[in-house]
Design a protein around this ligand. Structure first.
Ligand code: DGP
Length: 140
């Protein structure tokens, strides 16, 4: 994977407002926040999308995410927030290094706005899809 701006932040070549760092993970404020406290949590491993991430990095991110969410809530005095993780340009990913957005939702008009075009699950199709996904997980 080619290096992104986040690799340069990890190396300290570009400054950031760091909120957390350990051997595998870095967290810092998003430079274009949707709400105050909008934080990015990234693995130090250079992978573009979540499906490419090693179990070790995934576990390291998962271990600290709730703690960082609690800290963001406390520091911004919010009780609601969204966790967003974009994969691929079609899914609104702009920086091709895995990252989790923690986005406080202080009010209806601030934070992440969501377009959620829900449909109704067809149960016959659902059975097929669930079986296909379950079979793929065994091989993943
Ligand atoms: P995404 O669309 O999920 O790939 O979001 C990428 C986010 O990264 C976007 O909200 C802006 C943020 N970002 C991009 N470049 C920088 C940077 O140089 N520093 C910081 N702190 N954030 C950045």
């Amino acid at each position: 994977m080619s290096q992104t701006i986040f690799s340069r932040i990890i190396k300290g070549e570009i400054p950031c407002h760091k909120v957390y760092e350990d051997q595998h993970v870095l967290a810092f404020l998003d430079v274009s926040p949707l709400a105050p406290g909008h934080t990015l949590v990234i693995p130090k491993e250079e992978k573009a999308t979540l499906d490419q991430l090693s179990d070790e990095s995934a576990a390291a991110v998962g271990r600290v995410l709730p703690r960082i969410c609690r800290a963001v809530m406390k520091a911004t005095n919010t009780t609601a927030y969204n966790l967003l993780q974009n994969n691929g340009p079609a899914a609104h990913q702009a920086v091709f290094h895995v990252h989790f957005h923690i986005i406080p939702k202080p009010s209806e008009s601030n934070g992440l706005g969501i377009h959620w075009p829900a449909t109704k699950l067809d149960h016959a199709e659902g059975t097929k899809l669930a079986n296909a996904i379950a079979a793929a997980i065994v091989k993943a």
